[in-house]
Design a protein around this ligand. Structure first.
Ligand SMILES: NC(=O)C1=CN([C@@H]2O[C@H](COP(=O)(O)OP(=O)(O)OC[C@H]3O[C@@H](n4cnc5c(N)ncnc54)[C@H](OP(=O)(O)O)[C@@H]3O)[C@@H](O)[C@H]2O)[C@@H](O)CC1
Ligand SMILES: Nc1ncnc2c1ncn2[C@@H]1O[C@H](COP(=O)(O)OP(=O)(O)OP(=O)(O)O)[C@@H](O)[C@H]1O
Length: 520
């Protein structure tokens, strides 16, 4: 494990830090005025205990802080007194300023120049030179573009218009992931969320929240599903005949699973595939068939987590995925390792053995994967999550520098996936609205608490190029998820978990697009 991490020492510089907090060595932000967390204030020097708690930096990956605690304790007892303290080496993202001294998101679309995640975190702007499509290059303009995607709430809208999201995910093992993704979709502002999952997961999911409409589509028990089952490995001493009968029975169940999910397609705006799905080969096969069906409906997709495991193994599945009337196509939201697996799958290398490279991915890598996944005509947009998120389709790209949280607890990617599903639909609505002209723009220009003055002017002049609307949808989702994570982190610090982020989605949306607007 040490050598594994050693390979990525530039990405994960100090997985363990013996940290004596000093005024100049603060890994945590000062407590916010709003929340005030007094125990985080550095104690007087004579009271400072050595601490083995890992610092929370932007470059930790999920799992590192927990797993290295015992090692940290050993290191502490062995080297206490001789080891120097080291402050977090990954600085704050150099986000552009909103003019009030606060970091705000910057997202610019580029089709030139070079940017990599290694550029992130320095003191200079991480936005590489390139051609921003919006004429105004300021951060306010970029945020203004994202705000344009958020539909106004009116008294005339009916249930479902703001988003009917389907989610294929969850399993006997993972009930949190589909919950976070589904609830994120609802808390962001989607109207309805349908979850297609294992019978064993549906009870817990319904109990977590009655807002989620949960349809059991297979039985993990009768399908003999485990997280990483292996068809070839089913050596249980049974006869060939018995195995063949069992195989047929499972085939039938896979077919039934497909039959249970696909009738929902006509009513869905988007299908999110993967959170908590598991990687059992039978489930992978059922999912593959479901994606084939989705393709015939041109149903917009967001693929994350175990859905990406399937895509990495069968990259041809997204080739020529149609844009459809709605123009959504497919969005994939890999983390670092999932992105490396996609690359491996596309080049015929071993997916299971893929590891991220020692040098951070470049935007050109992201474009290459988007292009290769989509094939000649398919529209695939990739959102590579990380220290900063790089979003790219087959030719254009952007970077979201919004500062996120320094906690990497499980479920934050699920929240992004659900949020992306809704934003994808909203970006479609925004294009329709844009096509219908200026009345709505005038209404929108009355909104805005953030960058108010600049925003109204920018919104009235800045049209979204329809070709870029999925990029902006992904950027919007990334911005919202990262901002909600940062707010949750400011409030809960080390105890921040995914539900805390869910609770901040609403306030972040309200800040971006206040609901107390006048009806036209
Ligand atoms: N509460 C719930 O129900 C939740 C359920 N969830 C569900 O769990 C399922 C499995 O998802 P997963 O992400 O744990 O599996 P996987 O992709 O194999 O990752 C582990 C391997 O990848 C590596 N690795 C990971 N990240 C990396 C990085 N950034 N950079 C580099 N390496 C990285 C890591 O390496 P290691 O740390 O061991 O060195 C390890 O080898 C899936 O269905 C998901 O939705 C989650 O959504 C959470 C909340
Ligand atoms: N180093 C980082 N600093 C700040 N934000 C980050 C960092 N890495 C990832 N994020 C953000 O955290 C969210 C989740 O990303 P992460 O890489 O943890 O996904 P994941 O591993 O798929 O999550 P999940 O636990 O749901 O499977 C995304 O919104 C991403 O932008």
């Amino acid at each position: 494990m040490r050598s594994f991490l050693g390979r990525f020492s530039n990405i994960f510089p100090h997985p363990i830090r013996l940290h004596h907090p000093t005024a100049s060595d603060t890994h945590l932000e000062p407590p916010s005025k709003a929340t005030g967390v007094p125990w985080l204030m550095p104690p007087p020097p004579f009271l400072r205990p050595p601490t083995f708690l890992p610092a929370l930096s932007h470059s930790t990956k999920r799992g590192v802080s927990l797993r290295f605690l015992p090692l940290a304790i050993t290191a502490f007892t062995t080297f206490f007194g001789s080891m120097s303290c080291k402050s977090g080496s990954s600085g704050r993202g150099a986000a552009l300023s909103d003019g009030r001294g606060q970091g705000v998101a910057a997202a610019s679309i580029h089709n030139a120049a070079s940017y990599s995640q290694s550029d992130a975190g320095g003191s200079s702007s991480p936005i590489a030179p390139g051609r921003a499509l919006c004429l105004n290059h300021s951060a306010g303009s970029d945020i203004g573009t994202i705000k344009r995607l958020i539909p106004a709430l009116t008294h005339t809208a009916r249930k479902g218009q703001m988003g009917r999201v389907g989610l294929l995910g969850g399993s006997a093992d993972f009930t949190g992931a589909p919950f976070y993704a589904g609830m994120a979709g609802l808390k962001v502002g989607g109207d309805l969320c349908y979850i297609f999952t294992a019978e064993e997961a549906s009870g817990p999911l319904k109990a977590y929240s009655p807002e989620l409409m949960v349809t059991p589509v297979y039985s993990a028990k009768s399908l003999g599903v485990g997280f990483a089952g292996d068809l070839e490995g089913e050596e249980d001493g049974s006869s060939d005949a018995a195995r063949s009968a069992e195989h047929k029975a499972k085939e039938k169940q896979v077919a039934r699973m497909v039959q249970r999910v696909t009738p929902f397609f006509p009513k869905l705006h988007v299908l999110v595939v993967g959170p908590g799905l598991g990687r059992d080969p039978w489930i992978m096969e059922a999912t593959r068939r479901i994606l084939v069906e989705a393709k015939t409906h041109a149903l917009p997709l967001v693929i994350d987590a175990d859905g990406l495991w399937l895509v990495a193994h069968s990259p041809e599945i997204l080739q020529d995925y149609p844009e459809g009337d709605d123009g959504g196509g497919v969005v994939v939201t890999p983390n670092l390792i999932e992105f490396a697996r996609l690359q491996a799958g596309l080049t015929g290398a071993s997916v299971a053995e893929a590891t991220p490279p020692a040098v951070p991915f470049q935007h050109t890598d992201v474009i290459a994967v988007a292009k290769a996944l989509g094939g000649k005509a398919g529209r695939v947009t990739v959102c590579l999550k990380g220290r900063e998120d790089i979003v790219a389709d087959r030719e254009r790209w952007l970077v979201v520098t919004e500062e996120g949280a320094r906690r990497r607890s499980g479920g934050l990617g699920d929240i992004l996936a659900g949020t992306t599903g809704v934003l994808l639909h909203w970006s479609h609505l925004a294009m329709q609205e844009q096509a219908h002209g200026g009345a709505v723009k005038a209404e929108r220009s009355e909104r805005g608490s953030e960058g108010k003055g600049a925003q109204s002017g920018e919104e009235s002049t800045c049209q979204i190029d329809p070709r870029d609307r999925v990029l902006w949808a992904c950027a919007g989702a990334s911005l919202i998820a990262r901002r909600a994570s940062r707010r949750a982190f400011e409030e809960h610090r080390r105890s921040m978990t995914a539900p805390d982020v869910l609770a901040h989605l609403g306030p972040v949306l309200e800040e971006l697009s206040p609901t107390d607007i006048k009806e036209p």
